[in-house]
Design a protein around this ligand. Structure first.
Ligand code: 1GP
Length: 233
């Protein structure tokens, strides 16, 4: 399947390490979301990733893997997203893991299926922030500099503002979006209602909805009804 991330407005992110019932998965996959992203910060294994992929594959919705560790690289997804944590203090999360993976698999990859995401992690409490020793105390100019780095210096297709677990600073998101020329701005974190989805949709290109799926499915499903008319690019 040819997947064009530039058309995505709404994405559900599912964690292979968390339980999701068949009924809930059915509703998510048929919700009208643009894609299901599979990924998580801890406990992601080959087995639980294969299991979730095979369940999502019963539906037509595009399904992409956000690779979090080398052991959990599972073939068969429509696309593979590779996070590069630009504000990580530990270089392992900027180029280290990537170097190891490319030493192993570099010659056999289909680069048409691989997209780098310039991650900027902004919630210090998030597992991903702690794992990567992210420097989260950033102001708008700091974030804009990382965003330009991803967009103009490294020509990444995605800049991902990651607030996982909390709803972020929408003014910062808006100003970050303004400095991007080609990259698409993904926003994720704390979207737990249609109202918050709408606020995020007004400043980002693509919104990512995660946790609420597991705590309140109905509220999670509501976020698909977001109106993106004001942000089109
Ligand atoms: C997590 O950005 C996503 O990687 C979504 O965040 O889980 O807080 O919705 P939430």
């Amino acid at each position: 399947m040819i997947v064009d991330i530039r058309k995505w407005k709404h994405v559900f992110k599912l964690d292979p390490d968390r339980h999701i019932s068949d009924e809930a998965l059915d509703r998510l996959c048929l919700s009208g979301t643009d894609a299901i992203m599979v990924g998580g910060s801890s406990g992601v294994t080959f087995d639980n990733t294969v299991d979730l992929l095979s369940r999502i594959r019963q539906y037509e919705v595009p399904c992409v893997l956000e690779i979090s560790n080398q052991e959990a690289i599972v073939p068969g997804f429509d696309l593979f997203l590779i996070p590069v944590v630009l504000n990580a203090d530990d270089p392992k999360w900027i180029v280290g893991q990537h170097h190891e993976a490319l030493k192993e698999y570099g010659s056999m990859l289909n680069w048409d299926e691989i997209i780098a995401e310039g991650y900027i992690i902004l919630n210090s409490e998030a597992t991903a922030a702690q794992l990567t020793s992210a420097r989260t105390n950033l102001d708008t100019r700091d974030v804009a500099a990382y965003a330009r780095m991803a967009d103009k210096l490294f020509h990444m297709s995605i800049v991902y503002l990651e607030y996982s677990g909390v709803f972020g600073d929408m003014e910062l998101v808006r100003r970050t979006r303004q400095v991007l020329e080609n990259a698409r701005l993904f926003y994720g974190g704390g979207i737990d209602s249609l109202e918050k989805a709408q606020q995020a949709a007004e400043v980002a290109d693509t919104i990512v909805v995660g946790n609420i799926i597991y705590s309140d499915l109905e509220q999670g499903l509501q976020t698909v009804n977001v109106n993106f008319d004001r942000t089109g690019r």
